[in-house]
Design a protein around this ligand. Structure first.
Ligand code: PMP
Ligand code: GLN
Length: 395
């Protein structure tokens, strides 16, 4: 007997209906179906520093397993403020920090805490999928502004003119992701200055998703909050996921001036109440004591990026270099493929490897139609095996 009730129509609210399974889940499921190497979803094959893992275990076995304080464990909030102060010359305290359930919740709480229904939020295209869903949850309107793309260098950047033209009297916030997923670009100083000028001139909030702040190989990270006039209008968001290789711990944070942070905390409180407790002191320890581990991890990541880039180029794909993140972009038109989505849907079956189409990050996929994102955050062995399979399928 089939107990599943049948519905005559989709019972979901209309504005959430387009948000079905994410592209990451679709491609990860396809990878599993064909036992493919998953160069689609961005996560590392290894965990963070030993000391951090041990401390989390100790906290669990010692009974530190009940609700955390509303803004997060004090030790972690202090460690986050201290790390930002040391890296970027800021002057933050624990009062500027809210611990969240991953950067994902920090993004959702920022949008839901600051944007009224019907107001407009600007995102830069290609944009990370969670932004669109958070804007829809808030019943706000997404306005996608294309990033500029230099097809010689593969560098994507903020296009000041396009951004200025997109601001209306309904715009309240801009979501910016730097270093940028999916392109791996780090935005230029002039691009960031233009963003600052436009947000100040139009009195906009800036929700700055900086989860890849440490994963940079070429250049350096400038938090938008450090530009003049930006600290009081920016929510900076980051996460232990990428910095400390614990995507499954779902521990992130939002950083802002207290009045702005209060608005985010209000929404966060009723999304999840608080984050996971025993991971927080462990992450605090790692931020305070494992900066060398992070630097080594980034060096290893760069080597793997260079390795994957060399393999893909040697096979004959046009590969754009990446300045940071976990990702490299490839133009599959260089091997005669006309559609990146179709390419990615078939790749697990034909090559035993999975990747992500950049069109999935776009409202207007035309410019990204043949671009495909490969994650190099995997082990050397996985990349070697992926290289072998890709050569066999395409060389
Ligand atoms: N923003 C971007 C740009 C990402 O790539 C990701 C995935 N790490 C997130 C946010 C989500 O981060 P978290 O896993 O901490 O929720
Ligand atoms: N941020 C990771 C990526 O871009 C994974 C995100 C996810 O699976 N939702 O691949």
């Amino acid at each position: 007997m089939n107990d599943t009730p049948t519905f005559s129509h989709d019972p979901g609210i209309a504005r959430m209906v387009p948000f079905n399974e994410s592209i990451f889940d679709t491609m990860t499921a396809a990878a599993a179906r064909y036992d493919a190497i998953n160069l689609g979803q961005g996560y590392p094959d290894h965990s963070g520093p030993e000391s951090m893992l041990r401390i989390a275990c100790e906290h669990i076995t010692a009974g530190d397993n009940q609700y955390a304080p509303p803004r997060g464990v004090a030790e972690l909030r202090e460690a986050i403020a201290k790390e930002r102060n040391e890296r970027y010359g800021m002057a933050l305290t624990a009062d500027n920090v809210l611990v969240t359930v991953g950067a994902t919740e920090a993004i959702a709480a920022s949008v839901m805490g600051l944007v009224e229904p019907g107001q407009e939020v600007i995102v830069f295209e290609p944009y990370y999928d969670a932004y669109a869903a958070s804007i829809a949850l808030a019943d706000a309107t997404r306005v996608a502004v294309p990033l500029s793309f230099d097809s010689e260098t593969g560098h994507w950047d903020i296009d000041a003119e396009a951004l200025a033209a997109a601001v209306t009297d309904k715009t309240v916030a801009i979501i910016v992701n730097n270093p940028h997923n999916p392109s791996g670009s780090v935005f230029s100083a002039s691009g960031l200055s233009a963003l600052a000028e436009i947000s100040i001139a139009n009195d906009l909030w800036v929700i700055a998703d900086e989860v890849y702040e440490h994963l940079i190989f070429d250049g350096h990270h400038t938090p938008i909050a450090t530009l003049p006039g930006m600290r009081e209008r920016t929510i900076s968001i980051s996460s232990a996921a990428k910095t400390l290789c614990v995507t499954g711990w779902k521990t992130g944070w939002a950083i802002a001036e207290p009045p702005l942070l209060n608005a985010v905390a209000r929404a966060k409180q009723y999304l999840s109440f608080v984050g996971t407790t025993p991971t927080q002191p462990a992450i605090a320890y790692a931020l305070n004591n494992e900066q060398d581990w992070i630097a080594d991890m980034v060096r290893g990541l760069e080597e793997r990026k260079d390795h994957l880039r060399a393999v893909l180029s040697e096979i004959g794909f046009k590969v754009y270099d990446s300045q940071g993140t976990y990702f490299l972009l490839v133009d599959v038109a260089s091997k005669g493929f006309k559609d990146g989505i179709e390419f990615c849907m078939r790749l697990p079956e034909i090559a035993g490897v999975a990747a992500i189409p950049v069109a999935a990050f776009c409202d207007d996929p035309s410019r990204c139609a043949t671009l495909v994102r490969f994650a190099f955050s995997k082990s050397e062995e996985s990349l070697d095996e992926a290289a072998r399979r890709l050569r066999q399928a395409f060389a």
